[in-house]
Design a protein around this ligand. Structure first.
Ligand code: ASP
Length: 358
C-alpha cells in the first residue's frame, strides 16, 4: 500500500448518465457537460482543497448501453492511475450502475483504495439537482482516511441520497425519486447527515500480504431464467438449449423454490451434466435462499443447483461472468460461487476470509 499524499488526490471518471448533463439554454435539450468546465459548474469543489482530476468516456454513454467492455475500460483507468490517486469516484448512469459496481467489485481484487460510484436522477445543471450533493459527498468519502492515514472505505461502493452501500449489494429500485438504490440484505457502510458516520466494522479491508490485482476476463455465456406460474416447458427447453451456455441463474420463489414439474428438474439435471453452472437466487428482495426448507427447493438442490444465498441479481450475474472468464473448472466456479469473494453474499462461512480469484 503506498503512503497517502498530504493533499488528497481524487480521480473522477465520468462514464455518462444524467449527472453529467446540462440544459442547453437555447434548445432546452439535455446535453453532455464539458468536464473541463467542472469547477465552473461545481465551484464548491475548490473548498475541499484536494487535487481533483477528471477522465471522461468519449463519448459519454447512457448506462443502458454499458457492456463488459466498458467495465474493462473503467478497470483500465483505475489500474493506470492506481498509484497517483488516493481514491476514485465513478460517475455513471443509474440504470445499470448496480451491475457495473458489482462487476468491478470482482474485477478489482484486493482493492486498497476507495472506488465510489454515484450519479443522479436530475442533471447537475438543474436547480433541484441531487447530483451536486451526491458528487461532493462521494468525493469526501473517497478521500476519507482513518487515524492511521488509511482509506476508510477501500471497497467498490455506491453513494446515493445519503447512504453509502457496498456496490455488489445494491439494486436500482426507483425510477422517479432521489432514493434510487437499496441494499436490502446488507446495512449501509456509512450514512451522511451533518457528519458522515462510517460503520467501520462492516467495511472490508484488503489483505496486506497480497497486491491489488485487476482482472479483465469476462465470459458472457450466461442466462437468467425467471420462474412464474404457467411457465412453458417448450419455451424453457428452447432457451436453455442455446449453444455455449455456461451459467444459468434461476430466479426462484421465496426461499428458493420452484414448481415440482419433472420436466424442469430433468432439464436442470441434464444441464448440470453438461457442466452448466446452475445458481438459485430468490425473486424476493429481502432474505436468502434455503433450498432445504421445502420440497420445492430440495428438488433443485438434488438436481445440482447451487445456492446464491442473499445475492442480488446484479451481483450474481457479474460474479458468474468474472469467474467463468477465468476458465476455471466447474468445481472451482461452484466453490467460489458458494463463497463470499467481495462481501456479496451472507454465508455461514463468512469468517473464512477473502478467497483469492487468481
Ligand atoms: N438512462 C440514464 C442512464 O442510466 C439514467 C441516469 O443516468 O440516471 O444513463
Amino acid at each position: 500500500m503506498n503512503t497517502p499524499t498530504l493533499v488528497p488526490s481524487i480521480l473522477i471518471i465520468y462514464t455518462g448518465g444524467t449527472i453529467g448533463m446540462m440544459e442547453n439554454p437555447e434548445t432546452g435539450a439535455l446535453e453532455n457537460f464539458d468536464w473541463e468546465q467542472l469547477r465552473h459548474h461545481v465551484p464548491e469543489l475548490k473548498r475541499f482543497g484536494y487535487r481533483i482530476d477528471t477522465q471522461s468516456f468519449d463519448p459519454p454513454i447512457d448506462s443502458s448501453n454499458m457492456t463488459p467492455c466498458d467495465w474493462q475500460k473503467i478497470v483500465h483507468i483505475i489500474e493506470d492511475h492506481y498509484e497517483q490517486y488516493d481514491g476514485f469516484v465513478v460517475l455513471h448512469g443509474t440504470d445499470t450502475m448496480a451491475y457495473t459496481a458489482s462487476a468491478l467489485s470482482f474485477m478489482l481484487e484486493n482493492l486498497s483504495k476507495p472506488v465510489v460510484f454515484t450519479g443522479s436522477q436530475l442533471p447537475i445543471g438543474q436547480l433541484r439537482t441531487d447530483g451536486k450533493e451526491n458528487l461532493l459527498t462521494a468525493i469526501e468519502i473517497a478521500a476519507a482516511r482513518d487515524e492511521k492515514g488509511r482509506p476508510i472505505v477501500p471497497e467498490v461502493c455506491l453513494f446515493f441520497e445519503n447512504k453509502l452501500m457496498r456496490g455488489n449489494r445494491t439494486t436500482k429500485i426507483n425510477a422517479e425519486g432521489f432514493n434510487a438504490f437499496r441494499s436490502y440484505n446488507f446495512p449501509p457502510l456509512a450514512t451522511a447527515g451533518i457528519h458522515i458516520r462510517y460503520e467501520r466494522q462492516l467495511i472490508r479491508r484488503p489483505d496486506p500480504a497480497r497486491p491489488f490485482k485487476p482482472h479483465y476476463l469476462v465470459d458472457t455465456n450466461v442466462l437468467i431464467l425467471t420462474l412464474f406460474p404457467g411457465i412453458r416447458r417448450d419455451f424453457v427447453e428452447h432457451v436453455v438449449r442455446v449453444k455455449g451456455l455456461k451459467g444459468l441463474i434461476l430466479k426462484t420463489y421465496g426461499a428458493g423454490n420452484a414448481p415440482q414439474e419433472p420436466w424442469l428438474v430433468d432439464q436442470l439435471k441434464a444441464l448440470r451434466k453438461q457442466g452448466v453452472i446452475l445458481v438459485n437466487i430468490t425473486q424476493c428482495s429481502l432474505g436468502t435462499v434455503e433450498m432445504r426448507r421445502y420440497g420445492t427447493g430440495l428438488q433443485l438442490l438434488e438436481a445440482g443447483v447451487i445456492n446464491g444465498y442473499d445475492s442480488t441479481l446484479e451481483s450474481m450475474v457479474t460474479k458468474l461472468m468474472v469467474l467463468l472468464g477465468h476458465g476455471y473448472s466447474t468445481d472451482e466456479v461452484e466453490r467460489l460461487m458458494n463463497a463470499s469473494v467481495a462481501g456479496e453474499i451472507t454465508t455461514d462461512e463468512l469468517a473464512t476470509g477473502i478467497p483469492a480469484i487468481h
